[in-house]
Write a protein that binds this ligand. Structure first.
Ligand code: AMP
Length: 226
């Protein structure tokens, strides 16, 4: 077996992941680490909007008005952009969704997309519930704002609006998934990056093992038949 084939096999056994959590929870950082380690393709809606803005597309310019205020971009624009982007994603690549879905309409589109692909997904939520944890997120974002060039990280009021919009519009999606029987993996967003990374690696490994077990059960069944 060649090295590249081995890699491909490993990639196919990784679960699709929704990285969920408030602004500053570390979704972007964890997504990059997973992409590097397992070959994930990342769909980050914030990044897609920023790319649109860099290219001065009408979508980017319209989205900027909302982003600068810390508001969510309206669903119609997000869904249009995500649908277009999804068409460019190769079949079979394991996906990380970073910052999407953020509303119930988006979650429905997401669920439909997964159904169409006939694939499962794991929801990995980095949480901050207490006032102390939320304060730490604000500090992180203000710190990031010094170097990221992101205007929405530089103003404390904008950050507070983003966090409050997360709590009102996005956080409840976890409950909706749980009510549908989707398991949600939860970990405090406050902690060492490496520790959280290890926890997510554990989720990926557990999934891969489940896939392997199913595959070997299937092989055993085939063998008894013949
Ligand atoms: P992020 O990079 O994920 O922090 O997103 C930056 C900003 O982009 C957010 O504050 C929103 O204004 C906008 N945005 C990103 N993803 C979405 C989404 N799924 N729905 C609505 N707005 C979004």
């Amino acid at each position: 077996m060649t090295e590249s084939f081995k890699d491909k096999e490993a990639v196919q056994q990784c679960p699709n992941i929704v990285l969920f959590g408030p602004p500053g929870a570390g979704k972007g950082e964890q997504g990059c680490r997973l992409a590097e380690e397992y070959g994930y393709v990342i769909l980050g809606t914030g990044d897609l909007f920023r790319k649109n803005l860099e290219n001065k597309t009408p979508l980017g310019i319209e989205a900027k008005g909302y982003m600068d205020k810390g508001e969510l971009v309206p669903d119609e624009l997000v869904i249009l952009m995500v649908e277009e982007h999804l068409e460019t994603i190769p079949e079979g690549a394991p996906l990380i969704f970073d910052g999407f879905p953020r509303t119930e309409n988006q979650r429905k589109l997401f669920n439909e997309f997964m159904e169409k692909r006939g694939e499962e997904f794991e929801v990995v939520a980095l949480t901050a519930y207490s006032a102390e944890e939320v304060d730490k997120l604000i500090g992180r974002l203000l710190g990031r704002g010094k170097t990221s060039g992101r205007s929405d990280d530089q103003n404390e009021n904008t950050i507070l609006t983003r966090i409050s919009n997360y709590e009102k519009q996005t956080g409840p999606l976890l409950n909706n998934w749980e009510q549908e029987g989707q398991y949600v993996h939860k970990h405090s967003a406050i902690g060492k990056i490496e520790d959280i990374q290890e926890w997510i690696q554990g989720i990926v490994k557990e999934y891969s093992k489940r896939v392997e077990d199913v595959l070997s059960e299937d092989t055993a069944k085939e063998e008894t038949k013949s």
